[in-house]
Design a protein around this ligand. Sequence first.
Ligand SMILES: *Cc1c(COP(=O)(O)O)cnc(C)c1O
Length: 482
Amino acid sequence: MTSAGTREATADLLHSISDYSASYLKDPRTEHTGSAVDRSELRRRLAAPLPRTGTDGESVLNHLIAHGEPGLLHSGAPTFLGFVMGGAYPVAIATEWLTSVWDQCGALYATSPTASVVEEAVSRWLVTLFGLPSHTSVGITTGCAMANLTGLAAARHHVLADQGWDVERDGLIGAPAPSILVSRGCHVTVHRALRLLGLAGQVRPVDTDDQGRMCVRALEAELYRARGPLIVCGQVGNVDSGAIDPIAAICDLTHDRGGWVHLDAAFGMWAATSPQLRNRVTGIERADSWATDGHKWLNVPYDCGIAFCAHPVAHRAALRTSADYLTPAPDGGRDPVDFTPDMSRRARSLVLWATLRHLGTDGVAELIERCCTLARRLAEGLSAVSGITVVNDIVLNQVLVAFTPTADTTEAAHLEHLVSVLQRGPVGWASPTTWRGRPCLRLSVCNWQTTSAHIDACIDAIVSAHRTAGAPARTTTIEELV
Ligand SMILES: *Cc1c(COP(=O)(O)O)cnc(C)c1O
């Protein structure tokens, strides 16, 4: 194809995807939020062997849309309450597209001066927004999992360097054994990060209270037993209950012992941006490292996470990458590659920049406050119904609900049936968990489009699913649905 022909083909493809995008976003399918087809059907449509001969781009896209759309989870819908997902602001989606068009390698200043400077700007904006120390360093990652890994790699460097041990040069064999105290309610990705860092064997769990908050007494007891370099992992926003650990006490106790505090704040971190909610995260600025997400509560598309570190030297020492062929940023400036586990990567800073610029500091705070207000409305509406109990304190955007079966069945079977009804319906898609031994429905309000009318519709759907699930009908199992 000539280069003029290629340009035309590119423009045609972008036009058709733009038309499709506009209609998909304007009229999201309403009959159900979950997949309309089963796995074998999706495999039949999408998983055939790769043909020898190629196909033009337009046909490829048409095929993917026709056969892929029925298997989507419409998690961007304003009545979707599953996991902690969030939607995507239009400006964020458009900037994602621009990011692909520009196709910048975000590793170095040399590979994209614009992405690098935008990343610096976004870093400063976020540090200010969260009220962190002004010297805090930042890495933009794929998600909070990688942000946890980043923060804990910096922690490992720092606490071992304090003992005169250079873990980047000498590894862990023979190193002073650290004590790593981790809340029992900690997210799985904190444990995986510690595993990847070779620290799994050093982990001591710290007990939590009925909300999932770390118990200060239990921490004190573990600290009393702890030996060697110390890292304490706290949580700001339990993935089920939204509970926030007693951050100030954790920082006091840990710093008294010369230890490092890492906070997994995937979504709870955003409470720090709101003057109304800031007192829920008092002391947050005193931690040593933090991990959060852009793709959850800020409503940017997947993927986007952010790692922060109050010790830029440790942060850079843990992740620094240099080679003769890599041109360092001028004047000893910052290269993004030195602050995350990636090298070549998407210029994710652009979407953060655009979304934050679009919202301003007031807009971010308003989004977070609105979701928390709606979560309270959801909890109040549900707990007014007999047989429905909200089991957590609504401190953020998470609502955990237990159901007393109306028919002669177990709570677990009742919940399973209720979830299957919700997941087949158009409104209130949600998923189950087990909270302190009790089967519960977990609900999360984190979509920028959600209004009180949407929440009321979700309440109706959940109450109706509860009543349907209680009716003496045949139980549909989750296995039958997938
Ligand atoms: C979602 C979540 C994570 C993992 O974040 P990803 O963005 O999925 O990598 C870690 N911790 C908590 C508390 C979370 O909610």
